[in-house]
Design a protein around this ligand. Sequence first.
Ligand SMILES: [Cu+2]
Length: 192
Amino acid sequence: MLWWAMLIGSGLITALVLGLLTAAVRNNGARRSERGWIWGWGLGFTGAVLVVLLGFSLWIGERMLARGDDALRVGAHAAQWEWRFTQPGPDGLPVQTVDTLYIPAGESFDVEITAQDVIHSFWVPQLGGKMDAIPGHQNLHRLRADTPGIYEGLCAEFCGIGHSFMRFTVVAYDPTGPIPDMSADLIPETRP
Ligand SMILES: [Cu+2]
């Protein structure tokens, strides 16, 4: 939603600039009031668009912060070179998986991001921004998948020779249906 608002806002300003360029190229010598252009369109219009975008992004950004409410919590633990995820299993109890995170679609969830060895970075481009995974420290990151589907994620911080293997998958399932079969991704020692 923020992305679309930014696109519309910057599109409006780009249209204004292109319109002015076209007018300048086609100018047949007629002089218009410079003052009106500068104050009205140059400052008034672009300023209004930027203020609306700023207000909107503050409002959306505030709602995107992880906070102590009752949002679902999952864990993402980075290590050279894999991700270990903790999330509710089929019977509601937490289970650990490797390189695949299962979350319900349509609701916000917080990821507790930690690291084993060096700094990694958790990133699912389609769901939101990046968050560092730092050894000895826990970062919280709020995300949300609006529709069920499979979202690709990756480590976004160079973390050693196996860095490019640190890709993972987020499976967003329909919360009204059954939880998908996770058995292939369960960590062997935690397999029931
Ligand atoms: Cu990494």
